[in-house]
Design a protein around this ligand. Sequence first.
Ligand code: F6P
Length: 341
Amino acid sequence: MRIGVLTAGGDCPGLNAVIRSVVHRAIAEHGDEVIGFEDGFKGLLDGRFRKLDLDAVSGILARGGTILGSARLERARLREACENAKDFSREHGIDVLIPIGGEGTLTAARMLSDAGLPVVGVPKTIDNDISSTDRTFGFDTAVGVATEAIDRLKTTAESHQRVMVVEVMGRHAGWIALESGMAGGAHGICLPERPFDPADLVKMVEERFARGKKFAVICVAEGAHPAEGSMNYQKGAIDQFGHERFAGIGTALAHELERRLGKEARPVILGHVQRGGTPTAYDRVLATRFGWHAVEAAHRGEFGMMTALRGTSIEMVPLADAITELKRVPEDRMDEAESVF
Ligand code: F6P
């Protein structure tokens, strides 16, 4: 079998672990040939690929980013890809394509699969917002980075009697804010799923100061927004990939709190630090298992499916199920987090 693999969308710690696992399983167990398309679907469209043998994936398990490069694809080019989907197998001689990516990539994978290209998807995203899988790799690493940041911010906040507003990634789902906020013991957590009222945060900070705790750390997801009429905040415009450009809720909230409280407040935007660097052991293991199962599914001819973590097992689920709706933080998880602070 000749397998094509690509990484698309935003990068994520653990991508290289999947690539390595696919190559190891495919070559060592099945005697397959593996090629890697460069820069996501762009490489597929432009015919840019290279052979991936055992040497090519040596030493990449712990490396962040992706050795294949990644890119988002404009909608027009995706349509072009779908029109040519059937030709890709013949042109590149591939029997199956394993695209590794988030919601956008899996949607493209589904479209290509419907258009006749044999596809087995592997989900990834630090946001952990893909339904049908309990976890995505990259999330654990991002939560670790954000938790460490909150730990560190507490000591400087306390030294200066400040409020720190730490903004983490999460456009539609607040999983990183929820889990790093809980793990780091943030005093306030704001998620996209539940509009917040800055007045509640002001009250919380004032109560803390009255109790002699003269600092506070608030963890806010980039996609969080204030309840209507509670604060002046303009949403960002939509970019060419259909993504909202964020207007900087962390900075806006820090300024608002400083104004209302009359105390110093500082925004800290973690941004792509959460996506860079070496994956945690958990993410390496999950990514490796996804790669292994993707190859096995390809050999069983289970196309139009993707790998998913269900409990502690890896299962194959239809791509269609994975992309119908995003996995957002449910009410009961938000309630648990609230009871902590
Ligand atoms: O989808 C993953 C993600 O990390 C989001 O949380 C974030 O908003 C986005 O990617 C950032 O994308 P870019 O790298 O294009 O700025």
